[in-house]
Design a protein around this ligand. Structure first.
Ligand code: ATP
Length: 250
């Protein structure tokens, strides 16, 4: 049996009578990039929110490293190593880039890939930790700029940095390249692959940019009207007749 870090079984979310996520099973392999794709309204964000705790599930189970987490609030899931970025920006625009990062680091500790972060207990080590993370994101030269002054691509990159500040083992990214130009998309693609290759981190992402999804994902899950209609590698998904009909418009 394949090892999984995050597992969902018959995960179901209803909004009133409406079934937004319909009995979805998910097995996320540690150290992989796992993409969730599907047409608008397919239930991708709802599935993300259910996994990270922002939306209560109607039925089903979620396990992180073999332990049930579906009854836990967001904060407890964060402590256990789940972190997420949002489609809408989460930055403090009138604070500097470094201050945003320091705030994200403050009081956070996790179980994942960036062990240096857990040592950020003193002010000095917070400053150091923030610089270290900004370096990883090629944003150290912007440390003193206000977050509101960054380009759109830099802001999105900083948001991923903030999500990593809790030292997660599983990072959820909701459309990390939304609104980015091609240069920033290329950077993000290389950057996300590099994060996973460095070891210890698993990425689950929602993304509409199919070229990025196909290039960096180990596994792709396709949702349509709340149901999983296909799952597999990029090659499997490209060749799947149901996906081509439902999603790629063929
Ligand atoms: P998109 O790609 O457009 O972001 P999505 O695949 O992420 O779509 P969701 O946002 O999860 O889809 O929405 C799934 C369905 O649930 C949609 O029909 C949406 O209108 C509905 N929905 C989402 N949030 C709520 C809510 N809070 N109350 C009622 N219905 C909702």
């Amino acid at each position: 049996m394949t090892e999984t870090v995050l597992r969902a079984r018959k995960l179901t979310v209803r909004y009133g009578a409406f079934l937004a996520v319909d009995s979805v099973d998910l097995d996320v392999v540690p150290g992989s990039v796992h993409a969730i794709i599907g047409p608008n309204g397919a239930g991708k964000t709802t599935l993300f929110n259910a996994l990270s705790g922002l939306v209560g599930i109607s039925s089903g189970q979620i396990e992180l490293r073999g332990e049930r987490i579906d009854g836990l609030p967001v904060s407890k899931r964060l402590q256990r190593g789940l972190s997420r970025s949002f489609q809408v920006t989460n930055l403090f625009f009138d604070l500097t880039v470094h201050e945003n990062m320091r705030l994200a680091l403050q009081g956070k500790s996790g179980l994942g890939a960036f062990n240096f972060v857990t040592q950020c207990s003193s002010q000095a080590s917070l400053v150091e930790g923030a610089h270290h993370l900004l370096e990883r994101f090629s944003l150290e030269h912007k440390a003193r700029s206000f977050a509101g002054e960054l380009s759109h691509g830099e802001q999105r990159r900083l948001e991923i940095g903030l999500a990593l500040a809790s030292n997660p083992s599983v990072l959820f990214l909701d459309e990390p390249t939304a609104g980015m130009g091609s240069e920033d998309i290329d950077f993000t693609k290389r950057f996300l692959s590099g994060l996973v290759e460095a070891g210890g981190l698993t990425i689950v992402l929602i993304e509409h940019n199919m070229s990025l999804v196909m290039d960096i994902s180990d596994t792709i899950t396709v949702l349509q009207q709340g149901q999983k209609i296909a799952e597999g590698s990029a090659d499997v998904i490209r060749a799947d007749a149901a996906v081509r009909a439902a999603y790629l418009g063929e």
